[in-house]
Design a binder for this molecule. Sequence first.
Ligand code: SAM
Length: 299
Amino acid sequence: MFSYRHAFHAGNHADVLKHTALIAVLKHLTTKDTPLTVVDTHAGAGLYRLDSEQTGLSGEAGEGIVKLVTSLDAAQAVPAVKDYLDLVASFNKPGELRVYPGSPFVTHSLLRQEARDKLRLFELHPADSRALAGHVAQMEAGRQVTLKREDGFEGLKALLPPPARRALVLIDPSYEIKNDYGKVPACLQDSLRRFATGTYFVWYPVIPRPEAHELPRRLKTLSNQVGKPWLHATLSIGQSEAKTTIIPGEPPPRPGLTASGVFVINPPHTLKPALQQALPQLVEALGRGRGKGHVLESS
Ligand code: SAM
């Protein structure tokens, strides 16, 4: 159950899509004065060293944030991509890219102390929740940010509806257990019953597995049934054109994740135009070969 560690994947193309879209959502939600509660049900470790043993081993950031920074002329970046690059840069010294902010830090960067916005984090992995606790302590955010080492699907229930009736819920499981594909729609169904006007943001991997394939379909059906608008976006970097070395007697290396998606219920009206510009730019910068592309659809 605890084999997934986000550090191996931090800053990959899936994080690029997720965090670019997350920033675009938060930028809109923080324009109103009313306090916003953000619940991050699967928070991860919070901050990642891109030069650590874990991130270095898989090199996934090399096909994500590192490639984006090196292949895109920053002056050409469309607003949503620029916001993302600026936010990542704010965690690093000028000209360096050593630290990658996970969703708790992406979110915290955009929350407003004066508006009494809140961030509620859940992380179940013992080591990652310990690391996250240490990173959160560095935020010196006081009661604005709380962390629980609990199941985020369950913990969310007690937080809805939030006091000021404005919330963004980020649901970003690792899907290492098949159950997560069923838990996501069940959690959304329950959450929408508790708090129908919240914005719900789900990330999922696009992989050849029936449950993964069905997830966006199930989420569309669910949203349509309760009469809530939705937006669905995917980013595919396509197959690597690099030759893989087959070692006789050993199984061929797995291709790794090439695409992922985000599904947002009650999206801000600004999200679609922001992604309409951002997705082609991300494909252009990160696309590798056969299968590269994006999807952007909404109700
Ligand atoms: N949201 C993070 C980000 O964008 O930086 C990445 C999260 S990672 C994809 C998923 C995390 O969920 C892992 O750190 C894993 O340990 C944790 N996790 C798995 N099942 C969980 C559960 N039921 N409740 C809370 N955390 C869980």
